[in-house]
Design a protein around this ligand. Structure first.
Ligand SMILES: NC(=O)c1ccc[n+]([C@@H]2O[C@H](COP(=O)([O-])OP(=O)(O)OC[C@H]3O[C@@H](n4cnc5c(N)ncnc54)[C@H](O)[C@@H]3O)[C@@H](O)[C@H]2O)c1
Ligand SMILES: [Zn+2]
Length: 334
């Protein structure tokens, strides 16, 4: 399956096929020398499959996890690129989850003012969401994704088989973003989670999400309008994420709880809660409301006493809504 993404800065293909990792080099073709990037949480089995196709290339393996998404790791990657004489004509290939894609994409965007990069996402979250769209970043100064760049990949290779080694918790974590996409854009996708066994429809779910994201990114690459819809559940979700810290809840889990907190349509909330339960995702957590409100205010989306949120009252019809901070606080305190 091939999807082409056409942005103002770049057009690139996403290829999705089980086992495609074993044929990565054939798809990638000629691209100068390659610099392979991965992290130590990606099973060696997958790293080896890529490395064997590029026996002469250097693979830099950094210490993974959200806590590594910082300047130190970025510097370590850039130094390795420099030490291995990566030139402007060469290509960085990132193999891993959202952290590897975000770090690799950002490193590629600034190394020699920008070199090509190819993303091979290996987590549900990165295959569904983070591998396309060109947002790259590191966490900085206590804020998530605070420093980064828009830098589109040159190609994305999605191999659903690589998800087989994920822990069940990481596997389900990414599906929260798919539930979100169903709620904001695609009633059939949401219905699939309500009525079908999602494991029988994994590729269909990923494909639907990639198509939604492609359309949104093509219409609004820099997030001045429609792309903001993808932030459904993220405003409060990010605050939960910061509140509970790196060892608390995962990103998708916080998005799941964030969607539950922001939705006001009770009937819809009940349906969402059932879906989250099926996906082994949390729908609520305990927290100190004052602390979460402070964290949310510090978030880049908060603009003085008003805030733009994404709301869903009818499945498939997400919309932007301007509300006061007081209204927002009431949602968090209830
Ligand atoms: N750029 C974007 O548009 C965008 C969108 C959403 C999220 N993100 C970012 O993505 C990150 C989260 O992504 P993630 O959930 O993929 O996290 P991650 O990259 O940390 O991967 C999750 C865990 O799975 C391990 N792992 C990766 N592939 C594996 C595999 N095939 N088998 C077994 N284990 C594997 C990793 O080592 C890690 O421990 C966050 O930093 C978030 O900010 C970016
Ligand atoms: Zn997200």
């Amino acid at each position: 399956m091939q999807i082409n993404v056409n942005t103002t800065t770049k057009s690139y293909p996403i290829y999705m096929e089980r086992g495609i990792l074993y044929h990565a080099k054939e798809y990638i073709g000629r691209c100068g020398h390659v610099f392979l990037l991965s992290e130590d949480g990606v099973p060696e089995k997958w790293r080896k499959v890529l490395q064997e196709q590029y026996p002469d290339a250097y693979m830099h393996v950094f210490h993974g996890g959200e806590a590594s998404k910082n300047f130190d790791t970025l510097q370590e990657i850039l130094a390795a690129m420099s030490d291995h004489h990566v030139s402007r004509k060469d290509t960085l290939i990132a193999l891993g989850g959202g952290v590897t894609g975000d770090m690799g994409g950002f490193a590629a965007s600034i190394y020699m003012r920008g070199i090509p990069y190819i993303n091979i996402p290996t987590t549900t979250l990165s295959q569904i969401d983070s591998s396309i769209g060109g947002k790259t970043a590191i966490d900085f100064h206590g804020r998530k994704n605070n420093v980064g760049a828009f830098w589109q990949p040159d190609m994305v290779l999605v191999d659903v088989d690589t998800l087989s080694t994920l822990t069940p918790r990481h596997f389900h974590n990414g599906l929260a973003e798919a539930v979100k996409e169903g709620l904001i854009k695609d009633p059939a996708l949401f219905a699939l989670f309500e009525k079908e066994d999602y494991m029988d429809h994994l590729e269909e779910i990923i494909e639907k999400c990639l198509l939604i994201k492609k359309e949104v990114v093509e219409n609004d690459e820099r997030e001045s309008g429609e792309r903001k819809l993808l932030n459904f559940g993220h405003t409060i979700g990010h605050a939960y994420e910061s509140y509970h810290g790196m060892d608390g809840y995962y990103h998708g889990e916080c998005v799941a709880m964030g969607m539950m907190s922001i939705m006001t349509n009770e009937a819809l909330k009940e349906r969402l809660e059932k879906v989250l339960e099926r996906l082994q995702l949390p729908s609520e957590c305990t927290y100190d409301a004052d602390a979460v409100i402070e964290l949310m205010k510090a978030d880049k989306k908060a603009d003085h006493d008003r805030i733009t949120i994404v709301q869903v009252d009818e499945i498939g019809k997400g919309y932007l809504k301007d509300i006061t901070m007081d209204e927002m606080e009431r949602m968090i305190r209830k």
